[in-house]
Write a protein that binds this ligand. Structure first.
Ligand code: AHR
Length: 503
């Protein structure tokens, strides 16, 4: 067993952890929207206007701050006008990216905005740059956010919505370097300037426009955007047509062709996964450094609007539907990401896990036959960590270093304070060794300390309709007071949260 000495200054607040780092993503892909969020009004599954209420209730418990939609790659072939008006008159299309299945457009703008209202989440809409037009995007913004009288306002009202919605987060395309148009950085930058200009602020609605950023470690993409999207010079001034850049990074432990199995893996695969997940810190730090060169005042946000594990699809499922199981290993990938996000909260303003229901690293899996809903281990990490949303980050120092295995630190931690409460998150990524963390609490005391743990007998354990709580949080008794703070015992492969009131 290893022992880790950690220093936590309870009275020195770092940057605020935006709640939007706990954002989500729902694409028209496989069973995420249809069968996941949306079952249609005639379904036997309880629904509100076709939206599954058990899914909504489960997600409300996470305080999900925002939901990105309609893609992903789908966003750049989506024409929003196909998804408004009476459903029986909406044109059908083929979802060429994801399984070549028919898309009937029954879930469109009004349904998405109703979903956001039910969730209490802010919409984050990805506009179509790849195959759309500037006018199409401009009209969509007007349709959603303008008040008074205009062609798009009249159309919205004719479709039953009198008041404009409030929309802040707006994506200018998706993966422009790939499925979003196969552009180079210079081409896309020119598009982003144009699309960003005509995605207008109507009335007092202020858009936060997110330019389609880099894939993984493509730092030159970030540099090209930063150079061109602001006025260069010592007093860098971002232009009003773009407020942030995105970044996509998936945890893939195998190769792109054979990503590995979600539930059948060995210890070596586990460590390869943790190493791939930990790499997100290097990527965020380096993209931030590039941004710092041009924007030292950190006015332009970095938005990691796709992250998570990507495994081979479950045997027997449509390869284009990206349906995968979710084990305790996935939960540790999530907890590790959140520690990184908290450390980089000054530049990283939003992150969206891919994807919320039935696709990639989902929170919720639904059974296509019975309709049964299962909460995944990853769901529980989001729930256990929700106290970090909009909290002030607290730095955790480990003067003696962290236990490591082949260069991978096997213990990860982060902390925050909000409303007189402190939340500490601790992960032990080691497959079979326990760890003790000696938390030296400085600048305050904690009262009423409680703790929860997410673990299971095996890293491969996961939840199913037959065993929905195989991996679920439980109270954790192994937190003991010491002369200087707390000793937190972390069993092998576990995620623990410790919470207390500032005394
Ligand atoms: O999340 C699945 C896909 O991954 C998205 O559509 C795309 O943006 C990314 O390549």
């Amino acid at each position: 067993m290893s022992s880790v000495a950690a220093v936590l200054n309870l009275d020195i607040e770092g940057p605020r952890i935006s709640r939007h780092l706990y954002g989500h993503f729902a694409e028209h892909l496989g069973r995420c929207i249809y069968g996941g969020f949306y079952v249609g009004e005639d379904s036997d599954i309880p629904n509100a206007g076709g939206i599954r209420m058990d899914v909504v209730e489960a997600l409300r418990a996470l305080n999900i701050p925002n939901l990105r939609w309609p893609g992903g790659c789908f966003a750049d072939e989506y024409h929003w006008m196909d998804g408004i008006g009476p459903k029986e008159r909406r044109p059908k299309m083929v979802n060429t990216h994801w399984g070549n299945v028919e898309e009937n457009n029954h879930f469109g703008t009004h349904e998405f905005m109703a979903l956001c209202e039910l969730l209490g989440a802010e919409p984050y809409i990805s506009g179509n740059v790849g195959s759309g037009t500037v006018k199409e995007m401009s009209d969509w913004v007007e349709y959603l956010t303008r008040d008074g009288d205009s062609p798009m306002v009249r159309l919205r009202k004719a479709n039953g919505r009198e008041e404009p919605w409030r929309v802040t987060y707006w994506g200018l395309g998706n993966e422009a370097w790939g499925c979003g148009g196969n552009m180079n950085a210079e081409q896309y930058t020119a598009e982003a300037r144009k699309y960003g200009t005509y995605a207008r602020d109507h009335g007092d609605n202020r858009l936060y426009r997110v330019a389609a950023g880099a894939n993984s470690d493509d730092y030159s993409w970030t540099e090209t955007l930063m150079k061109s999207l602001g006025t260069l010079g010592c007093a860098y001034r971002p232009q009003p047509y773009v407020q942030a850049l995105s970044l996509h990074y998936y945890t893939i432990a195998g190769t792109w062709q054979d990503k590995g199995d979600a539930t059948v893996f060995d210890t070596g695969d586990h460590y390869a996964t943790m190493a791939a997940a930990a790499r997100v810190e290097e990527l965020i730090a380096r993209h931030s450094t590039v941004m710092d060169c041009y924007d030292p005042g950190r006015t332009v946000g970095l938005v990691l609007d796709e992250w998570g594990t990507w495994w081979n699809v479950e045997p027997g499922t449509n390869p284009g539907f990206l349906y995968q199981q979710n084990t305790l290993r996935d939960a540790l990938v999530a907890s590790l990401h959140f520690d990184v996000f908290h450390r980089h909260a000054e530049r990283l303003v939003m992150a969206n896990i891919a994807q919320t229901v039935n696709v990639l690293q989902a929170m919720i899996l639904t059974d296509p036959e019975s309709g049964a809903l299962v909460l995944t281990p990853t769901y529980h990490v989001f729930e256990m960590n929700k106290g970090h949303q909009d909290a002030a980050s607290l730095r955790v120092d480990t003067p003696g270093g962290l236990p490591a295995r082949d260069g991978l630190a096997t213990v990860s931690m982060s902390a925050s304070r909000k409303d007189g409460r402190v939340l500490v998150s601790l992960s032990n990524l080691h497959a079979d060794e326990d760890a003790d963390v000696e938390l030296d609490l400085r600048g305050g005391r904690l009262d009423g300390v409680t703790s929860r743990i997410l673990t299971a007998g095996r890293l491969q354990d996961h939840n199913t309709p037959q065993a929905p709580d195989a991996v679920a949080p439980r109270p954790h008794a192994q937190v003991t007071p010491t002369a200087t703070g707390l000793r937190v015992h972390l069993p092998a492969h576990s995620f623990v949260t410790v919470e207390g009131r500032l005394a």
